[in-house]
Write a protein of this length. Sequence first.
Length: 404
Amino acid sequence: MNYKKNSLFIENISIQKIAKKFGTPSYCYSLNKLKLNIRNFKKYFRSINPLLCFSVKSNSNFQILKEINKMGMGADVVSKGELIMALKAGISPKKIVFSGVGKTFDELKFAIDKNILLINSESESEINQIEKISKIKNKKIDIGIRLNPNIDSKTLKKISTGKKEDKFGLTEINFLKAINKFKNSKNLNIRCLSVHIGSQITDHKPYAKMLKVVRSVIKKSNHNFDFVDLGGGMGIKYNKETKKLDYKKYNSIIKNFLNKYRTKIIFEPGRSIIGDTALLLTRVLYIKKTSKINFVILDAAMNDLMRPALYGSRHEIMASIKSKKMIRKKHEFVGPICETTDKFLSVPKFQTLREKDTLAICDVGAYGMVLSSNYNLRTKPSEILINQSSSKIITKRQKLNNII
Ligand code: LLP
């Protein structure tokens, strides 16, 4: 995504052209950026040869998943819906892990029937349930157990998952109890220890702590795990202030761990694969000026992109046509929804803008469209995939007829 002669392009098409052709608001993805991200991710961890399972919760678009499958990734799913979508996109069940705090009987049965790689479980009761179903089906099922390592991942409070007050995983004591209880089960094969301490992590140190705890718990368990699933969480650079995760250091921490304990590493990255591949194209409906603030009212709202309202997260906004003329006054980019939190960004200055101008909200590929809703009975946006000079619709804009 670059300005060419002051016009913002995604690959070889200007966003103005895309907005004109497909309307706004629209999520617009760069296929080649997606491919580059996957290639880079593989490169960072080449020396440990991990299994990469794309976290479908971050983006479950069918065409995107098909591309991800073509690039050789598996999937990390958290519901029957995501599992069906991943399978439909062609991802082999042998590359699918099913995570989640609470899976229903029906979801577990379905996953067991599909012979997926692992069901990662986070409670003794759920493991009991898996055992029960496996018994009925006369099968031996491969499972993982998620450890809560009680580590602060130093990310936003609302997306931290590895502290003991978080609902995720089993505490060390309960993890070890579960291993003892189920290790001789005729219908379960505990093949994996899984862990995931949070999302948008930009510091490698919490990962180092996490692996230290993993190592110590494995020792105490006296059990052999074929897989250690380290989850995802690698952060991306949303703006100048965000630190970049040092992949080299993270890789060497894992290499150290593997020197002492031979196992296959699984990753479940979402954001780091898809986050910076997309823009949300939107149009300025109105500009409302007060003495201190210019409210730029957009046709996109929190129902299209929930992250700023939900987590206070910051997505930069770019104009489709760059202007050098700056208005040194506070600008608030807001949606039309009747909620004070329906606000995308507040900046002390912005270039000159006019009503009907096209803007791009940046880095919305992960947890963007998947979190969209019909709040205020607004239709969900369309999704467009760009490949060099070609563009295609990968999700049609919802029609009011479908929701009324
Ligand atoms: N594995 C597990 C078990 C997870 O819970 C998650 C994310 C991932 C993998 C993928 O994490 P990633 O690589 O994308 O950080 N909606 C929030 C993020 C919630 C993340 C939930 N779990 C956001 O928009 O920031």
